[in-house]
Design a protein. Structure first.
Length: 130
């Protein structure tokens, strides 16, 4: 299980084992504010939103050991979790522009595609199950 917590001051993403209560591993940097974790269906990566330094929020992935962290896109809407495609190859998420818009990106950070571009606020994308 993964979750966000302020256990160490700034909010971070933690992994916990149901086999060992209280055993938690912080997966994100101590000097950043991280939230809205979303585990990929194949179990290999955890997407999350992190704000570092200048206050701009970005979409990141990290593996379950807390290594191989990768920034995929910035700026993003901090309050909306990313949603994984059922094959774990893409993420849908909310970008911040003049308002919020829905976008897609591959798990390696390539293939950015903006799905909406209007004067409305669009958020909370969800994939159709397969």
């Amino acid at each position: 299980m993964v979750f966000a917590s302020t256990k160490d001051g700034n909010a971070g993403i933690y992994a916990a084992s149901s086999l060992i209560p209280g055993n938690m591993l912080r997966l994100t940097p101590l000097d950043a504010w991280s939230q809205t974790p979303s585990w990929s269906p194949d179990g290999s990566l955890i997407a999350h939103i992190t704000g570092e330094g200048g206050g701009q929020w970005g979409l990141y992935t990290v593996d379950s050991a807390g290594v191989n962290r990768r920034q995929l896109f910035t700026p993003v809407f901090s309050e909306a979790p990313a949603a994984w495609s059922s094959d774990s190859q893409q993420l849908s998420f909310v970008i911040t522009d003049e308002d919020e818009e829905i976008a897609l990106i591959r798990r390696d950070g390539s293939g950015f595609l903006r799905l909406t571009n209007n004067n409305a606020r669009d958020w909370d994308p969800a994939w159709e199950p397969r």
